[in-house]
Design a protein around this ligand. Sequence first.
Ligand code: CAA
Length: 260
Amino acid sequence: MKFKDLLIEKCDGITTLTINRPQVLNALNSEVVGELECALCELDLDSAVRAVVLTGAGEKAFVAGADIKEMSQLSAFEAHDFARRGQHLMLLINRMRKPIIAAVNGYALGGGFELALACDFIYASEKARFGFPEVGLGILPGFGGTQNLTRLIGPNRASELVFSGRIITAEKACAWGILNEICAADELLAKTLVTAREITGKGELGVAYAKDAIASGMDMTKEDGFRYEASLFGVLFSTEDQREGMGAFLEKRAAEFKGK
Ligand code: CAA
């Protein structure tokens, strides 16, 4: 399928998905939210795709938030609907089988920060900036930010960021556990792809089930999470990949996983 505001590049099982509205710092209008939903559903069902890297076009921004011009015209009912659609996209990312890494190349504000937080983890350029400016617009983060940020860094730090609308540097975001790695701007994509390649070299089913255990476990008690992890662990012992992975280790050779 062709998309108006998304660029899709596939190479060796890794798809780089670029949000391409640089003239408005890649702001998310309802059309882009819909395109992202469609593209990610397609990629998740495509057996040739093993991992996704999500980034923004241009030098300045990953995504500078939901599109304020479009939002300024919404009624209360439409705003509720828009938030639910955005949240649906974040949950879709969270529930995808394929790992998805955010490569944050500049501003990740509001809905852009929420999009990065929904990914499995974040690599960022030294130029990246993170924040929730929504309270300065008289609203609050509406694409799951109050929930996902709080679960990631706890209520005190999340409250400080959300209530102040402050924009923080990549260093601060890294120190607070929001992102995994800071890269030079011109190395961000290459370094993110190295990690994506490391992941795609492993057993696809093991990675998919580990993602499910981590993502689903966040909404469970520890005991239920342990039980769920054990079920997935058991299921993996019915796969060719488990036999291949352990066989290769014992035979001192590289494993050739088939995702079966
Ligand atoms: N929506 C729509 N347009 C946006 C935008 C957004 N979120 N962010 C930037 N743009 C547009 C600007 O209006 C400008 O367009 P024009 O050239 O037509 O004027 C263009 O992108 C370039 O932006 P600036 O000239 O403002 O660039 P700058 O370098 O001076 O500032 C910035 C950069 C600090 C990121 C600034 O653009 C900014 O503050 N953007 C808004 C950030 C924001 O408030 N995001 C939260 C949105 S609300 C939200 O996301 C709700 C939610 O949770 C779902």
